[in-house]
Design a binder for this molecule. Structure first.
Ligand SMILES: C[S@@+](CC[C@H](N)C(=O)[O-])C[C@H]1O[C@@H](n2cnc3c(N)ncnc32)[C@H](O)[C@@H]1O
Length: 448
């Protein structure tokens, strides 16, 4: 749903203070307490207490603020009497939410300004009401001239990340990635029974990509869509649905899913007829996997174990023939869906994650049976978490070889496969269809 439609739908949201207060708390939870937005939404009583229509508005308001924070702060700064003088964090966050509504959500100016000023008052800062009012009123007058002059791709992207993308790709591609991240992602769906795809395509008003994913333009709460409760489908980005398909037919096969939770790929492989051993280090995330399996009626196809996959060995001593390693990563390929990543992930996170990925990959290569397949994937855009990991492993282990991926395996989209035969998906790929999450996947075998 568009920001304008959401705003109009959220009748009352234009002057609804409960919605604005929830948005302020959520923004602070992400920016100050450094919690992911999804977790903040899940844990927020204020948010859950709102009527459905206001929840959509609040989610959009906070996500847009996080996505466009560089531009928003630039606008605020340019409209201060004394640049650099805004020190109060609460006032800054209230102004940010106000600017988002004025500039990016088409909420009427008077409603955006008035509700922001009321938020300042509610925060116990009566004395700052005039200041907030003046800054936001200035912005309503100046933004139409200022916004087109902003380099939106650059200023909404953390410098450390942009630098790496320029090094890994080039300036043009890095700018294309950053621009693609400014758009909302569509809702992608994998259907449990491929024979019912036409039915669900019609029922959900979704179109089918040639990779097999159903894509729905409209938003709204997923749980309320037809077929969710009965477990006919699950949400999975078109890119995330590709790695598991690289094993080929899975009917009657056993797959070890080393980093399985919350289970998008586990359920996909179980629905393809595999028996899956699903491991994850996080017992809490494995609970989500169990819930998903129960909803989809696939629990009998999966055995679950909490384990450190960098140490794990098969209990029966049998070397696995199929291993999926969907390693923990900075998840920068999913910024369209999770703009909080822009503010939560750091260069240090990437460094520690690459060390974890290397350990996981080494163990996966150790335990893989001769002639078996290992699919390594991450939803990171940085080569350090994708291509470089595979190059390191292949250089160190002559017994491991790449099994190149063909475009025919991924819907004949040639742009998704690189010169080595790995999947390298960038968020602007398939742009005419609504883009894809950034993803990397390599398929390896062991020669003995
Ligand atoms: C990218 S997510 C997996 C997503 C999942 N495959 C899916 O499709 O829904 C990475 C997972 O790796 C898990 N993880 C991180 N380090 C691990 C380790 N050493 N052993 C096992 N799991 C680990 C995290 O808890 C997280 O659930």
């Amino acid at each position: 749903m568009s920001a304008k439609a959401l705003t109009e739908n959220a009748e009352g949201a234009t002057d609804n203070m409960a919605a604005r207060r929830a948005a302020l708390t959520l923004l602070e939870t992400v920016l100050v307490q450094k919690q992911p937005l999804d977790a903040a939404l899940e844990n927020s009583d204020k948010f859950r207490a709102l009527p459905q229509r206001d929840r959509g508005f609040v989610r959009m308001l906070v996500a847009t603020t996080l996505r466009r924070l560089g531009q928003i702060d630039d606008l605020i700064e340019r409209n201060l009497d004394r640049p650099g003088s805004l020190r109060n964090r609460t006032i800054a966050n209230i102004l940010r939410l106000g600017v988002t509504q004025i500039v990016f959500m088409e909420v009427p100016d008077h409603a955006s300004v008035d509700t922001s000023v009321r938020l300042v008052e509610m925060a116990g800062m009566e004395g700052q009401k005039g200041f907030a009012n003046a800054v936001l009123r200035n912005i309503t007058r100046t933004y139409k001239e200022l916004v087109p002059r902003q380099d939106e791709a650059r200023i909404n992207t953390p410098e450390w990340l942009l630098k790496i993308w320029i090094k890994d790709y080039d300036l043009r591609l890095a700018a294309e990635i950053a621009t693609a991240n400014l758009a909302e992602a569509p809702l992608d769906i994998t259907v449990k029974d491929p024979g019912s795809k036409n039915f669900w395509g019609n029922a959900l008003k979704a179109s089918e990509l040639s990779t097999g994913t159903l894509r729905r333009a409209g938003g709204g709460p997923v749980q309320e869509l037809e077929g969710y409760d009965s477990g006919a489908w699950w949400v999975q980005d078109a890119a995330a649905a590709l790695p598991a398909k690289l094993f080929g037919p899975l009917e009657g096969k056993h797959v070890i899913d080393l980093c399985a939770a919350p289970g998008g790929k586990t359920v996909q492989m179980a629905a393809m007829g595999a028996f899956v051993t699903a491991l994850d280090r996080s017992a809490q995330r494995l609970k989500r996997l169990e819930e998903n399996l129960a909803r989809l009626g696939l629990a009998d196809k999966v055995e679950i174990a909490a384990a450190d996959a960098s140490q794990w060995q098969p209990a029966d001593g049998q070397a696995p023939q199929r291993i999926l390693l969907d390693a923990p990563c900075t998840a920068t390929g999913t910024i369209r869906r999770h703009p909080d990543i822009l503010h939560l992930k750091t260069a240090q996170d990437m460094e520690s994650l690459t060390a974890v990925q290397a350990r996981l990959l080494d163990n996966a290569a150790d335990i893989l049976g001769v002639g078996g397949l290992l699919i390594y994937c991450t939803c990171s855009l940085q080569r350090a978490e994708g291509e470089d990991q595979i190059e390191r492993l292949l250089a160190a282990r002559p017994d491991m070889q790449r099994v190149p991926i063909a475009a025919a395996e991924v819907g004949n989209y040639t742009e998704l496969v690189d010169a080595n035969g790995d999947l390298r998906i960038l968020p602007f790929h398939l742009a005419p269809h609504g883009g894809m999450d950034g993803f990397y996947a390599a398929r390896l075998t062991k020669t003995g």
